[in-house]
Design a protein around this ligand. Sequence first.
Ligand SMILES: NC(=O)c1ccc[n+]([C@@H]2O[C@H](COP(=O)([O-])OP(=O)(O)OC[C@H]3O[C@@H](n4cnc5c(N)ncnc54)[C@H](OP(=O)(O)O)[C@@H]3O)[C@@H](O)[C@H]2O)c1
Length: 222
Amino acid sequence: MNKKTVLITGTSRGIGFAIRKILEKEKYVIVAPNRQELNLADKHSVEYFIHKNRNLNIDILINNAGINNPEWIQNLDDKNIEESMEVNLISPIKLIKAFVGHMIQNKWGRIVNISSIFGVVARGKQVMYAATKHGLNGVTKALALELGPYNILVNSVCPGFTNTDLVKRNSKEKNAEIACDIPLGRFAEPEEIAECVLFLISEKNTYMNGANIMIDGGFTCR
Ligand SMILES: NC(=O)c1ccc[n+]([C@@H]2O[C@H](COP(=O)([O-])OP(=O)(O)OC[C@H]3O[C@@H](n4cnc5c(N)ncnc54)[C@H](OP(=O)(O)O)[C@@H]3O)[C@@H](O)[C@H]2O)c1
């Protein structure tokens, strides 16, 4: 029986939901706060969650929750800028800081940051998404260096277009057009991303550290 404790954000739907399902099957002990328990956009909520759970021994942290509110630069308001930063970058850093202590003590840990292809490439209207996801990939690399000596492996998973609410809000026509540009001719299913995360956090991953793993059906190869 697998007794490792995993903290994962954003499991109500989408990729996080698929990861949680696979973790349940593998008998991990799962801490999966909903937005009422941990609102990543709200500094006080993050502080309260960390304080309330300060004695929790987390072996594995998966920073999954994320938002994307595409906007042209001239229309970018402060709320969008600040919320994107808090949810996608600042709160994940605070969670790592708060829960890495047990991993360091234990000389074993795994951290997975769910980033995006837009953590490596970019496109118009994606200033905040690209900024925060590039930032998250930087966090992964810096922590791979900092935490490697403690046998804590830190990696980013960078999904391409994946069938969740995040892309379902686009028109069907737009998504069909995007799919034509993907060598595999389709979007990913959340379960295909979850399988990679499962490997990264497992005992089978003994040497992958500091990687930004693209799972995009080959979209960014051109
Ligand atoms: N889908 C894609 O094509 C795609 C591609 C690349 C990367 N990603 C990344 O994959 C991750 C998951 O995305 P997804 O597609 O599964 O998104 P999704 O279906 O929109 O789900 C987002 C999850 O994050 C949670 N969340 C959002 N804002 C939050 C907040 N302020 N505090 C706490 N939780 C919050 C949501 O909770 P609620 O239900 O309470 O809103 C939900 O559980 C994100 O980091 C995203 O950037 C997705």
